[in-house]
Design a protein around this ligand. Structure first.
Ligand code: ZN
Length: 149
C-alpha cells in the first residue's frame, strides 16, 4: 500500500499548494466560520445555494495542509449537490474519517476524497480533516460558527 500512501500524500500537498475555490464567494447565501483549537485551523466556508442546490462553495482561512486540502477537496466534491444527497455526502465523509472501524469502501470510488482517509492513522489530525465538513454543515444550517471542541 506504500504507493497508494504516496499518491494520497501527493493529492493533499497539491491541494494545499494550489487550493481549488479559495477566496471569498460573492455573492453568497450562507457563510460559517470553523475553528479547530487543537491545531489552530480557522476556515470560513461560503456557500451559494440556488433553491436547495449548492451552486458554488469557496473557502478562506489559515490552517495546516490537511485542513486546507480537505476544504479544497470538499469544494469540488459537493458542488451541484442538493437536499438529501448533500447531507448524505457530508455525513458519509465525516463518518469515513471518524468511524472506529476501518471503512469498508473502495478507495477508487471516492476519488480524491480517499486521500483524506490517510489521516485515520493520525487521530490528532482527524479534526483538521473534518473541520471544513462541519463548517459546511453549519453554513447550510445557517449557523454562524462551529468549533471542533
Ligand atoms: Zn490542522
Amino acid at each position: 500500500m506504500d504507493n497508494l500512501d504516496d499518491l494520497y500524500q501527493e493529492i493533499i500537498l497539491s491541494h494545499n499548494k494550489r487550493p481549488r475555490n479559495e477566496g471569498a464567494l460573492d455573492p453568497h447565501s450562507q457563510e460559517a466560520e470553523g475553528y479547530n483549537p487543537l491545531c489552530g485551523d480557522r476556515l470560513t466556508i461560503y456557500v451559494r445555494q440556488n433553491g436547495p442546490t449548492v451552486e458554488a462553495v469557496k473557502f478562506t482561512g489559515e490552517g495546516c495542509a490537511i485542513s486546507r486540502a480537505s476544504a479544497s477537496i470538499m469544494t469540488e466534491a459537493i458542488k451541484g449537490l442538493s437536499g438529501a444527497a448533500l447531507d448524505a455526502k457530508i455525513a458519509e465523509v465525516v463518518d469515513l474519517l471518524t468511524a472506529k472501524e476501518e471503512p469498508a469502501v473502495d478507495p477508487f470510488d471516492l476519488g480524491e476524497l480517499a486521500a483524506l482517509l490517510g489521516v485515520r492513522k493520525f487521530p490528532a489530525r482527524v479534526k483538521c480533516a473534518t473541520l471544513s465538513w462541519h463548517t459546511l454543515a453549519a453554513a447550510l444550517k445557517k449557523e454562524a460558527s462551529v468549533s471542533t471542541e
